[in-house]
Design a protein around this ligand. Structure first.
Ligand code: ZN
Length: 317
């Protein structure tokens, strides 16, 4: 198998030729330049694809299939990117674009789904079911059951970040209020620190940052390093929202494994033990633990989206 995998991203687009073991035979990345007109972006991505194929000493006819990971809303059946923020590709059908150069079948899926698939593939022991939760600007998700992505009737499955957790809460990018990602994403944690600084000129966070615009995903952890009670209060509050949402996922799916991904998981030693403790303490009806409880771990992250894209259309066992 030689799959052509493409991972379209807000900043960079990566491509690779990937064999059946997940090994990259070639790899290249370019700036997406998403602010440009669609035909230019598409043409650069096709060129990128042809380049990685050449680099892998392969011909387009030898490519077994093409898999593409895309942010936003995609239609797996037609190959169309239905809606995408920050990249001028809404309404573009890559399946049609690639068919001019390749005869291989084309698959496309949401980037969170692809990341889940890639992570699952890299696990030595495959769980019966797995939910991947990616924490960043928003919260993305991917659900895998018995080796296959769970897509729902329209492919829009796994939008964990838009699970409502606070009725009438903060306005979300999706247009609704009180979504999980407004409380448990990295952006939410940053917002919580900023709000504290705005409301309290004595806040110790001013010592750390000086400027409110410099608050980032690391700020609260710098506060924890210095034992600032305010940092602990914010972090514990955020963590409770995160744990609350994860518990909801568990109550619905009882998956064997939940993987948490995103840059913030560099702080896994501060996050994981508390989430695990919360899950055990608040499990459904205090059920006997020997029935089995969802394991919670950290995603590997490295190019999982690209590996996952190469696996679209396959059942992984
Ligand atoms: Zn939302």
């Amino acid at each position: 198998m030689k799959a052509l995998a493409i991972d379209l991203g807000g900043t960079f687009t990566k491509a690779a030729v990937v064999d059946e073991t997940g090994r990259f035979l070639s790899y290249e990345k370019i700036k997406t330049g998403g602010e440009r007109q669609a035909p230019q972006i598409v043409s650069d991505i096709i060129d990128l694809a042809l380049n990685v194929i050449k680099k892998a000493n392969t011909r387009p006819e030898e490519i077994s299939h093409i898999g593409m990971a895309s942010p936003g809303m995609v239609n797996e059946h037609t190959g169309e990117i239905v809606r995408i923020n920050n990249i001028n590709l809404s309404g573009i059908n890559f399946k049609a674009g690639f068919s001019k150069h390749f005869s291989a079948p084309f698959f496309i899926s949401n980037d969170a789904n692809c990341a889940a698939l890639g992570e699952y593939f890299m696990l030595k022991e495959k769980p019966q079911s797995m939910v991947m939760v990616t924490i960043g600007t928003g919260i993305g998700g991917g659900i895998i059951h018995e080796g296959k992505l769970f897509l729902g009737i329209n492919g829009l499955c796994g939008e964990i970040g838009h699970m409502g957790i606070v009725k009438g809460g903060k306005k979300c990018t999706c247009g609704r209020y009180g979504c999980f990602e407004q409380y448990a994403s990295t952006s939410a944690l940053i917002r919580m620190v900023k709000e504290r600084m705005e409301n309290n000129p004595q806040s110790p966070f001013w010592q750390i940052c000086g400027d409110i615009e410099k608050v980032d995903g690391k700020t609260v952890f710098l506060g924890l390093d210095k034992d600032f009670p305010e940092a602990k209060e914010i972090f514990d509050g955020w963590l409770e929202y995160l744990s609350y949402g994860i518990l909801n996922i568990i109550n619905i799916f009882q998956p064997q494994l939940i993987l948490l991904g995103g840059g913030i998981m560099n702080e896994k030693d501060r996050i994981l033990p508390k989430v695990r403790e919360y899950i055990i303490k608040n499990r459904y009806c205090n059920y006997p633990l020997d029935l089995g409880i969802t394991q919670i771990d950290v995603a590997l992250g490295n190019d999982a989206g690209l590996i996952g894209a190469s696996l679209l259309g396959r059942k992984i066992l």
